[in-house]
Design a protein around this ligand. Structure first.
Ligand SMILES: [Zn+2]
Length: 830
């Protein structure tokens, strides 16, 4: 601890009436002292673990600067006007407004949207929006039935209720309670949880989204317990946990859908608050880490999960949903509160600054379902099976992508609300950095405001100004991000020497007076991150930002009704002319490899601050307030592939004969088309040629032919039922005659073929085929190889040898067993 001003210490015990001055002190610390709960805000109630940080009530933090501008755009754009577009938000025949839970529209869409919209309305202080939010809050509060159930009567099967949409509405009601202390919220939630608790296990969230996302229900149970202390809630929490998907499993993956993971992974950590089991806490860390390492790693904080993550699809061209990003950010905020670990704030900033802004058009009047770290086209075409989902999912369309269309709303409002937290020792913590003003009760009960003025993450200084009605003693905590080695600090212009970061919190204890100022400098440093597991590709970071190649984006407006996906529904009055969709195509080359020789980073890269944009919107290619000059060389063989996607990376270093060019990198949060994981240029024997696909595969079921390395590589499956490696299947064809072809880009001799069949007996409906045959291409004809034995053994390679043929392609025809499908794990050619 370093004293920055000596003051007289007086013993309060002996001189109780004398003024007591604590010495001002600034120190690194592992986190706030949590021996006593914060007296002003609701923390965890015993026997739950003591809260290391305490959530401030909704309404405590206002966005300023660029953050306010983003929310302005959201409110004049899609979030603010979705009520005029989306059929699920129309009041006519809406089950969220009916007493009996019946109505045509009534599921997740309304609460998804309301969760962000309500908070946005207060951020904007817009009476019309506030009134609109209240209509739906009143609807939900008035919908409770005699048995305690509320909301639309949606069923997963028979009389088994689907509680998923209610889980989201509970967040809306809690935010409403924070602002109004409306006791009806506590009453509704108490009766509702009594009702849920009365159900037998088999009827409590047994399947569908609700089963996977039971952690959201659990969150609200603890929220209510902390409010009321009703003992049955802890019993009910045990039951909910038991009925929720097991996110603690250590073998394999609990779930592979990107949104499920982004919200479900925190269930064990939520549960830890009651069990106090370190294993529960660890499970949440492990699930996220495993997703990021198996389906990545990639820049931008997320992973490859374009609907579902698929084994073998880890390239940065794989995407995530906008829902996945906002859920991940919200989870990071919750995890921050549960653990006090600054890792979660760092991670929230990574997703918020580098991934989320470009899920939207600049005016925030349209969004796309999927965004990837490497994407050179954002259009209305189907890119499956290059990405998992079939349809126009890369399109910026305000009429489409039903879940993200509504759920995106919470992204920036929740980011704002959770950027500050109270601490148990009656202080405040700047958890996530952005321009904001927080109003909160601290110290001896004074209500203070702290205004955080900054252009972070584009600039490295944050200025905090205190406003208080009287001098008040409280600790202010500031986060030291993991990437920052040596922060520096000044209080009222006087530099405080704090030295290199020893911990991730800076604690400033002081008697604060109005207009006291703290300047925090978090020096940004250049860093090249190498992704060995992703073809040794490279990203360029500077402080919290990751950078993308700047290339031209050509925008084209098209009719939203023509390219909306099949399950979209819009209101009769929705005007597609007012709400067009946008296709974005590249207008200049994007296929560059970075020049990274051994010179130090400041020689390789030049960071240039650019003027702050006059419209306060920094997330665009034209007005990004910081750029990095770099050198790169084109890789002509790196192209858009047959699925309309940036072809997968190949192992760096890569050879190229193209000249060195000066290129500009911009924050990836400003690049709607982007290359943010680059190949690296190399020379000599250790560098690799960029190979055109050696092998192309086609089949009677779609299969991404450029990504079949996994099928032909040298690895050996554990057994035929190995679910942890990629597989090809003819699913859901059953009992049929199927084929798969394996083409070479030049003729080659072949004398044997080995197949490892997929068979998931006991788990799924794929089996060894009944029989199969092998053909080779001779001119334009397929000829059978001269062999008679075609093995169908499980758990091993089935090898067929034959007199050598010279050929450009092989073809397997497999007769599937009756009533089942089949597939292949490995196909080797010798
Ligand atoms: Zn979505």
């Amino acid at each position: 601890m370093l004293k920055i001003r000596s003051s007289l210490w007086l013993m309060a015990a002996t001189l109780p009436l004398a003024p007591v001055y604590a010495a001002d002190s600034v120190s690194y610390t592992a986190g706030p002292n949590k021996s006593k709960p914060n007296p002003y805000y609701i923390s965890n109630r015993a026997p739950l673990v003591a809260s290391p940080l305490v959530r401030l009530p909704a309404g405590s933090v206002q966005g300023q600067g660029w953050l306010k501008e983003l929310m302005n755009r959201q409110s004049s754009g899609l979030t603010g006007h979705l009520g005029e577009i989306s059929a699920w938000l129309q009041k006519d025949d809406n089950a969220w407004l009916s007493k009996d839970g019946k109505g045509k529209y009534g599921w997740e869409e309304l609460p998804y949207w309301l969760r962000g919209y309500q908070n946005l309305a207060y951020q904007m202080n817009d009476p019309k929006m506030i009134a609109e939010a209240k209509v739906w809050i009143e609807g939900a509060l008035n919908s409770q039935r005699a048995n305690g159930d509320f909301g639309p009567l949606h069923y997963v099967s028979g009389d088994v209720r689907d509680f998923w949409a209610n889980m989201i509405m509970l967040y809306c009601l809690q935010d409403h309670y924070d602002r109004t202390q409306d006791n009806r919220v506590l009453e509704l939630m108490t009766k509702y949880f009594e009702y849920q608790n009365s159900l037998p296990d088999e009827k409590l969230i047994p399947n569908s989204w609700q089963h996977v996302r039971g952690g959201d229900n659990l969150y609200s149970v603890y929220w209510l317990y902390n409010q009321t202390g009703a003992p049955f809630l802890l019993e009910f929490a045990n039951k909910l946990d038991r009925c929720t998907l097991n996110w603690n499993r250590t073998d394999g993956f609990p779930n592979l859908h990107n949104v499920n993971v982004a919200q479900g992974f925190r269930e064990p950590a939520t549960r830890y608050q009651q069990t106090k089991s370190k294993a529960d806490l660890k499970a949440s860390y492990d699930v996220l880490a495993k997703m990021r390492s198996t389906f990545g790693p990639v820049p931008g904080g997320m992973w490859g999960g374009d609907e579902n993550s698929r084994f073998g699809y880890r390239d940065p061209r794989q995407a995530v949903e906008t829902c996945g990003m906002v859920e991940q950010m919200f989870s990071d905020q919750i995890m921050n509160g549960i653990t006090g670990d600054t890792f979660w704030s760092d991670h929230c900033e990574d997703v918020a600054f580098n991934s989320l802004p470009v899920a939207f058009t600049q005016n925030c009047d349209a969004l796309r379902y999927l965004t990837a770290p490497n994407m050179a086209i954002s259009d209305d075409q189907n890119h499956s099976p290059g990405i998992d989902n079939t349809g126009p999912f890369l399109m910026m369309n305000p009429f489409s992508s039903r879940c993200c269309q509504h759920n995106h709303s919470m992204g920036w409002p929740y980011f704002t609300e959770n950027s500050w937290m109270a601490t148990p020792d009656k202080g405040l913590y700047a958890a996530i950095y952005a321009p904001t003003t927080v109003s909160a009760t601290v110290g001896d009960g004074a209500k203070v405001q702290i205004t955080e003025t900054t252009q972070y993450p584009f600039r490295d200084t944050l200025n905090f100004t205190v406003s208080t009605p009287r001098a008040v003693n409280f600790p202010l905590y500031l986060r030291v991000p993991a990437w920052c080695k040596a922060p520096s600090l000044a209080i009222n212009g006087k530099v405080v020497r704090i030295g290199a970061a020893k911990n991730n919190y800076i604690r400033i204890a002081r008697i604060w007076k109005t207009n006291d100022r703290v300047a925090l400098h978090l020096p940004f440093e250049l860093k090249v991150v190498r992704y060995e597991a992703n073809k040794n590709s490279a990203s360029v970071n500077y402080g919290p930002l990751t950078f993308s190649l700047k290339f031209n984006e050509i925008n084209e407006s098209v009719d939203s009704t023509k390219t909306a996906i099949g399950d979209s529904q819009w209101q009769k009055g929705a005007d597609p002319a007012k709400w067009p969709s946008t296709i974005i195509r590249p207008g200049s080359p994007w296929n560059y490899a970075l020049v990274l020789d051994n010179s130090n980073l400041s020689k390789l890269f030049t960071v240039q601050n650019r003027p702050w944009p006059s419209d306060n919107y920094p997330f665009s290619t034209e007005s990004a307030p910081i750029v990095i000059k770099a050198r790169a060389r084109k890789v002509p063989e790196w192209k858009i592939d047959q699925f309309g996607l940036v072809a997968p990376l190949q192992s760096s270093p890569v050879k190229t004969v193209e000249p060195i060019e000066d290129v500009t990198l911009i924050p990836m949060g400003a690049a709607r088309l982007r290359i943010s994981a680059f190949p690296v240029v190399g020379e000599g024997p250790t560098a690799n040629d960029w190979k055109l696909p050696q092998v192309t595969m086609t089949a009677s079921k779609p299969l991404p032919s450029v990504e079949v390395d996994w099928m032909t590589d040298e690895s050996v499956p554990k057994n035929s039922n190995d679910h942890d490696i990629p597989r090809f299947t003819w699913w859901a064809n059953k009992g049929t005659l199927e084929w798969i072809e394996h083409s070479f880009n030049r003729p080659r001799p072949v004398s044997s073929v080995s197949l490892y069949w997929f068979d998931d007996t006991g788990r799924g409906e794929c089996r060894i085929p009944q029989s199969w045959k092998l053909f080779y291409k001779d001119g334009d004809d397929w000829k059978p190889v001269a062999a008679t034995e075609f093995g169908t053994k499980r758990d091993t390679f089935n090898t067929v040898s034959f007199p050598t043929v010279n050929t450009t392609a092989l073809r397997i025809e497999a007769q599937l067993q009756q009533g089942v499908s089949g597939g292949i794990l490995k196909w080797r050619v010798k």
